[in-house]
Ligand binder design. Structure first.
Ligand code: ZN
Length: 255
């Protein structure tokens, strides 16, 4: 057994016995991990209200390999996202990022890129001058990339010709294969998810962009919805299971 320290975001917490909690974290060093916080529900507990979903913490824990449940010994905030809990739109998008991370990431699989994407996206949502749907779209897209499903926004999936947005205002995008179709190939194939040229360009610019920059990008609200819908559909196809994400209900009507 060893004593370890890592940054972590609380994904969920359930009560255990009279006074404890079992907390599921997404950690920087160990991926998704569950740990027991003994006595966390005692009014005088040193853990206070640290173990609420969305909290970005530093945790110290006793780690034993191959044990399903670790033991938290101490914890503190790295950063407190204070605006998230007072704005319903920001909170529901933040919760959807948490739920998605919980669903698609596996136990004990370290992915620092995904961890940084999550905390930087939560920080962007917490900042007042940002657009929550931008963050959703950017997160979904870059999470898919972090999982190895990198989309192509440049060349036709079938013939390889660059997509020319001067002549092509709308593009059919084949989500399962992760690529767009040129006009000639889309006339032959008749399939795909319809994207405007501006959506294709914006998605292209979102690949690898920082969450802060993406969150502040000004654009038409219809375009913002188009990006968020595309990211949802893309992630659902490649990461699976997202249909059951509770906090995504707000998006279902527009998909
Ligand atoms: Zn083509």
């Amino acid at each position: 057994m060893s004593i370890e320290k890592t940054e972590a975001v609380v994904l969920r917490a359930v009560n255990y016995r009279d006074s404890s909690k079992i907390v599921t974290f997404y950690t920087k060093r160990y991926g998704k991990m569950s740990a027991m916080a003994k006595g966390a529900r005692n009014p005088k507990s040193k853990f206070g209200s640290l173990f609420q979903p969305l909290n970005y913490l530093q945790i110290v824990f006793y780690r034993r390999e191959n044990r399903e449940l670790q033991y938290v010994s101490s914890s503190d905030f790295v950063k407190y996202f204070k605006s998230l809990t007072s704005d319903v739109d920001r909170l529901s998008i933040a919760m959807s990022l948490i739920e998605i991370t919980d669903r698609v990431m596996h136990d004990e699989e370290e992915n620092e890129k995904v961890f940084n994407l999550l905390v930087d996206s939560l920080a962007a949502l917490d900042s007042p001058q940002t657009f929550p749907r931008n963050t959703f779209a950017h997160f979904g897209l870059n999470l898919a990339i972090g999982l190895g499903f990198t989309p192509n926004f440049g060349n036709c999936l079938v013939c390889g010709k660059p997509i020319d947005l001067e002549t092509q205002r709308k593009v059919y995008y084949v989500v399962e294969k992760g690529g767009p179709l040129c006009e000639t190939c889309s006339a032959n194939l008749n399939e795909g998810f319809l994207l405007s040229g501006s959506a294709l360009l914006t998605l292209r610019s979102f690949v690898g962009l920082s969450p802060a920059a993406a969150a502040g990008a000004g654009m038409d609200p219809a375009l913002r919805n188009e990006l968020a819908n595309f990211a949802f559909v893309y992630l659902k196809r490649h990461a699976g299971m997202l249909k059951e994400i509770k906090s995504l209900k707000f998006m279902a009507a527009s998909i």
